[in-house]
Design a protein around this ligand. Structure first.
Ligand code: PMP
Length: 360
């Protein structure tokens, strides 16, 4: 059996050693006579798995005791409503930065619960840039400032952490979490759907500064109340146990790779290679202002859209899978998360080069 290079945006490729370990432990986890999938979430074994995963994540991301780490469900999308329900508190409004499709979804959901002030937007540019912070119309009285550090569909990534003053900064790190070092202490809340850089779907990781707990509106569903989830160590109900376990294996793997510093260097190199190739080859294009090009998701177009089908077919035949761009933007997109080996990027460039020579 040979594994393909899977460029899917999520669920995404996982590190092969992690899958092998899960395979080895599938039927009998360390002499317990059962799979992790079959264990009670209240068992000593699973509680140890869960606590180790949290400890490793804290170590990897540099998360201090001032923050609670929650392993929730409902994907990143459910956080779009969980956040305003918990953080609006007595305040009338929250600030949002609109840099693409995921920001817009977060904004649309927040509008159900309060006033959203879109403090800046790059929609006029077609989301190819990030508005300069000096032009943002933020409000000192906002409950929080929400932004999307990496727009997974557009391939647009902030190269700075916004300065939100005393207003808690909230970030949707679904597609950038653990891909490079981040100073967690700058944030009030970070959330990330797992199925890109963390593990399988079914899990969303929330890192919240403890002083922001306990502010949920009274109509907040119990399962969406951060205080309840924190008080119960993310086991108020049955958590996504298998996803949590696999996330723990991914965290161990990341530590073995040298942590987020090492991943940041590798990810920078992988992305730079691919963008350099695209820029040097007239047959391919990427519209994003170079400074804000995503290290994780690289959208690109061919000189002639009519060749898209043929390009994808040829890629599939070589085991370069899921390169089709999101249905809303078309073209191609290569997602090159932590678990995508550099050899995968090299193989893609090789194929793109040959395709352009033959069909360009
Ligand atoms: N935010 C971002 C930045 C994403 O990339 C995604 C998923 N692609 C989501 C939110 C939604 O995640 P989920 O499917 O886990 O709800």
């Amino acid at each position: 059996m040979s594994r393909a290079f899977n460029f899917c945006a999520g669920p995404a490729t996982l590190p092969e050693p992690v899958l092998k370990q899960a395979q080895e432990e599938m039927l009998d986890w360390r002499g317990t006579g059962m799979s992790v999938m079959e264990m009670s979430h209240r068992s000593d074994e699973f509680v140890a798995i869960a606590e180790t995963a949290e400890k490793d994540l804290r170590e990897l991301a540099g998360i201090s005791d001032d923050y609670a780490v929650l392993f929730m469900q409902g994907g990143a999308s459910s956080q779009f409503s969980t956040i305003p329900l918990n953080l609006l508190g007595e305040k009338a409004s929250a600030d949002y930065i609109n840099t693409g499709i995921w920001s817009k979804k977060a904004i649309a959901e927040a509008k159900r619960y309060g006033t959203v002030n879109v403090a800046a937007s790059s929609e006029d540019s077609g989301f190819v840039t990030i508005p300069d912070q000096s032009a943002w119309r933020t409000s000192a009285d906002a409950a929080y400032l929400h932004y999307t550090p990496n727009e997974t569909i557009g391939g647009l990534e902030f190269d700075f952490v916004p300065d939100s003053g005393d207003v808690p900064l909230v970030a949707d790190m679904s597609s950038t979490m653990l891909s490079r070092p981040v100073d967690v202490s700058r944030f009030g809340l970070i959330y990330a759907g797992a199925q890109k850089n963390i593990g399988p779907s079914g899990l969303v990781v929330v890192i919240i500064r403890k002083d922001l707990l306990g502010k949920a509106r009274k109509e907040t569903p119990t399962m969406m109340n951060y205080q309840v989830i924190a008080d119960n160590a993310s086991m108020y109900n049955t958590p996504a146990t298998y996803s949590w376990y696999l996330a723990g294996l991914v965290f161990k793997w990341l530590k073995e790779q040298g942590g987020v510093e090492a991943m940041g260097e590798i990810n920078y190199r992988k992305a730079k290679k691919l963008y350099d190739f695209i820029d040097d080859n007239d047959f391919y294009a990427n519209p994003i202002e170079p400074r804000f090009r995503s290290w994780m998701n690289v959208p690109f177009t061919l000189a002639d859209d009519a060749l898209n089908g043929e390009f994808l077919k040829g890629a599939d035949a070589r085991g370069l899978l899921n390169l089709k761009g999101h249905r809303s933007v078309g073209g191609m997109r290569a997602s090159i998360y932590n678990a995508m080996p550099e050899a995968g990027v090299d193989a893609l460039i090789q194929y793109m080069s040959e395709f352009a020579r033959e069909r360009g």
